[in-house]
Design a protein around this ligand. Sequence first.
Ligand SMILES: NC(=O)c1ccc[n+]([C@@H]2O[C@H](COP(=O)([O-])OP(=O)(O)OC[C@H]3O[C@@H](n4cnc5c(N)ncnc54)[C@H](OP(=O)(O)O)[C@@H]3O)[C@@H](O)[C@H]2O)c1
Length: 316
Amino acid sequence: MEYTSLGGTDVKISRVGLGAWQFSDAWGVKDYGIAKSIIAKALELGVNFIDTAMVYGRGLSEQFIGNALKELNVNRDDIVIATKIPGEFLSPHDVFKAVERSLNRLQTSYIDLLLIHWPPCWHHIPTCVYMKALERLVNIGKVNYLGLSDYPVELVDAARMCLSRVDIEALQVRFNLAERWAEEEHIPYAEENDMTVMAWSPLAKGAITGKYTLEDARKLQDLRVNEPLFQPDNYPQVLELANIVKNIASKYGKTPAQVALNWLITYSDVIVPIPGARSPQQAEENAGSVGWRLTYEDWRALDEASRKLRITYVTF
Ligand SMILES: NC(=O)c1ccc[n+]([C@@H]2O[C@H](COP(=O)([O-])OP(=O)(O)OC[C@H]3O[C@@H](n4cnc5c(N)ncnc54)[C@H](OP(=O)(O)O)[C@@H]3O)[C@@H](O)[C@H]2O)c1
């Protein structure tokens, strides 16, 4: 495993993390035993960074992680837990209440990285009001570092202006070979400001592996039923790109998932993909996306091919 620093801190995180949204209705891993075996496999292979959120399974994901880390006797200092507070929980009293519940579910006395999952767009809570509540949690020692997820960079700037003694160490953004809007502003911003970019849906929710035909994709019964990438306007383009990913993967004796993740890792040293896994085998494969690099020529071939995609989010 390779490691990098979390933002401007001296905390070391693995170059690939483990996404834990899978432990929820949305993705369907609701059997604790399977979740535990996924976590165990990732940790065994050197992944030391798990991404979860309060809303994943309405607390189920955090609960599974807390239980698993206890049962696996993981030393608290050896693991970096990122969780996220939704935009709906950002009035100051709710910030404290939500984090207390999260700590209970995770069975820990502190959260390594607390991100705001998305801005409070429906409740209009002023940015500095909730940022100051979050900073208080850092000062008190319940949270070590702060991050922002799905924030436009203008709002990242505004949020940072509210903080007195701490800074934003990580941004979470959608970034994968098929969906690259984050490279316009977020990645350069993070590079300039010494922040980690946690790339979510780094496998385009599995689409980029090309393992589902258009017909198979239509039969998926999880959150992908409504996922734009899997709709007929988009999916054939993604499959074409996936074929190129597959061809390159076979040259290296790697899998398409490993190549798709390696492309992100190679893109910038601030990028840490957080693929979700539905089995220990997938966790193992994803951990194998680091420790090697695509050649410049192959990285560029994927870059060029992916730029040809024209993904639409107007699906009805
Ligand atoms: N901040 C945010 O707003 C936000 C949003 C979304 C996600 N996230 C985080 O990012 C993580 C990852 O994103 P995601 O779950 O949306 O998408 P993803 O990581 O791109 O895709 C995950 C899915 O791809 C398939 N897969 C995983 N590894 C594979 C492999 N090696 N080979 C083939 N297929 C594989 C699995 O589904 P199948 O086996 O069923 O195909 C898995 O459920 C989440 O767990 C969550 O922690 C954050």
